[in-house]
Structure formats: C-alpha cells, structure tokens
Design a protein around this ligand. Structure first.
Ligand code: SF4
Length: 194
C-alpha cells in the first residue's frame, strides 16, 4: 500500500460526506419550499442551460428520469410560476422550458453549502475545482462514469490541467473559473491517461 493511502481514503471519505451533505441540504430546501428535489434539479439544469431550448425529453435524458415524471414535475413548477413553456426557436412544433423571474430568484438563493463555498478564498476554490475535475476525468477514463462534458475530457482542450488552460474551438485561453464541467460544445477525447 502506498504511503499516500490514508490521505487518499480520507479524501474519498470527505467527498462522500460532501455529497451526502449536498443531497440533504437540497432535500431540506425542497421540503421547506414545498418542492421535490427533482424539481430543484430541473430548475438548476434550466438555469445552467438557459440558451439551449431545453424540453422535457432532454431533461429526462440528462436527469435520468422518465419523461412522464419530468412532465408531472414541470407542470407543478409551471403552476407555481417558476417555469414557462415557450415555442422552441429551432423547432416551432416543440416547446422549450424557461425559468421565470421567480424561478431564477429561487435558484440563486442557494443552500448553506453554496454559502460555505463562497467563503473560501479564490486560491482554495481554484485548487478544489481543478482537483475535483481531475477526479471526474480519471473516473471517466477508467470507465467508472459515462462521458462527462468537462474541458479535461474534451478534444478542444489545450493546457496542462494545472496552470494553463485554453479552448481551441473558442480560440481562447480559459481562466480556472471559466473551465466547463457541462459544455454544450464538448467533444470527447480518448488520449492516454494524463
Ligand atoms: S469546447 Fe467546451 S469543454 Fe471543450 S475545451 Fe472548449 S470550453 Fe472546454
């Protein structure tokens, strides 16, 4: 066993704890506001993909829930005026879902986890993001996860995964905060392990 094993196990334990805490806080927030955790996830996804004309089918695929379940949740969100349906610009026969002003306010309220993250200094936030993106990349490359649309697994990524980052598609350097973890232009790359 390597001498970093205790640290590795400790980190894995902390990550697991953070996941549990995030789920518990989302659940508490949902219950307090009379929403389901799925409805919170739907609004979060719509907020992150505001320009993409997201419909029920895409939500079902992304959130791995049936279309019927998504439709029921969306109907309740529409009843509460958190989302509206508008004709999809790219296909007049279908509708895209959009957050209303009330829905956007709701999403921006965040949980104590968001508040705690905001308190970290810039350096620690950037180190955390790079480390976690590295973990996601390795999980993907060892077949433990499906494709993750993050810069580190993208054919357009140019950089060293540490200090230098850029995107060949957008022809630009990227600051750490600009690295994507769910990019619509992502094209998977299959290089050898970094
Ligand atoms: S296309 Fe998107 S995921 Fe790929 S490197 Fe550029 S910004 Fe990152």
């Amino acid at each position: 066993m390597s001498n970093t094993a205790p640290l590795d196990a400790h980190l894995a334990q902390v990550l697991e704890r953070i996941g549990e805490v995030a789920r518990a806080l989302r659940w508490k927030q949902a219950v307090e506001e009379g929403l389901s955790p799925l409805q919170i996830r739907i609004m979060g996804f719509l907020a992150d993909h505001a320009d993409e004309g997201i419909g029920v089918a895409r939500l079902a695929g992304e959130l791995m829930v049936s279309k019927a379940t998504i439709s029921d949740s969306v109907k309740l969100l529409a009843d509460r005026k958190f989302v509206v349906r508008k004709p999809d610009k790219s296909d007049a026969r279908s509708h895209a879902l959009h957050l209303t002003a009330a829905g956007k306010r709701h999403i921006s309220s965040g949980t104590p986890l968001d508040v705690a993250i905001a308190e970290l200094g810039q350096e620690r936030k950037e180190a955390l993001l790079l480390g976690l993106m590295g973990v996601l990349e390795l999980l993907f490359r060892t077949d433990a996860l499906n494709v993750q649309r993050l810069c580190f697994t993208c054919t357009h990524y140019r950089g060293d995964r540490k200090k230098e980052h850029g995107c060949a598609l957008f022809d630009t350097d990227l600051r750490v905060a600009e690295l994507r973890t769910d990019c619509g232009e992502h094209v998977v790359s299959w290089p050898s392990m970094p």
